[in-house]
Design a protein around this ligand. Structure first.
Ligand code: ZN
Length: 122
């Protein structure tokens, strides 16, 4: 449908504007998202794929950069997550403690980049 294409393009090029125009919904396809789930975990969703990020102890000794919004975080504001990519293979990411604020600062392209790094997009 033409409406969906326009909306997707808007999200791709002007994500801030798109979020104001479509506060309730993201691009129609594929679904791309990062959601807080039970137990402090995050769920990364791409289309019908889902990857769980398991929080690790905060153990940074220095400030780190958020892997999603690229904000420099004090060690107290950062959370390290571990994603199991396959048996015995893990990917570690550091993200803002406040997921909603982090998502407001980032773009769809950066979220897609993170999801690529986690292996959800081949
Ligand atoms: Zn962030």
């Amino acid at each position: 449908m033409p409406d969906h294409t326009e909306r997707d393009l808007l999200f791709e090029l002007f994500p801030d504007t798109a979020r104001k125009l479509y506060p309730e919904e993201g691009p129609s396809a594929p679904t791309l998202g990062l959601y807080a789930v039970d137990g402090g975990k995050l769920a990364v969703v791409y289309g019908d794929r889902l990857l769980e990020l398991e929080p690790l102890e905060k153990h940074a000794k220095h400030a780190v950069m958020c892997d999603l919004c690229n904000t420099t975080l004090s060690r107290l504001d950062a959370v390290f997550y571990r994603a199991r990519l396959s048996d015995g293979l893990f990917q570690y990411v550091s993200l803002c403690e406040r997921t909603s604020a982090c998502l407001n600062r980032t773009t769809r392209a950066k979220l897609q980049h993170l999801i690529e790094r986690l292996g959800l997009i081949e």
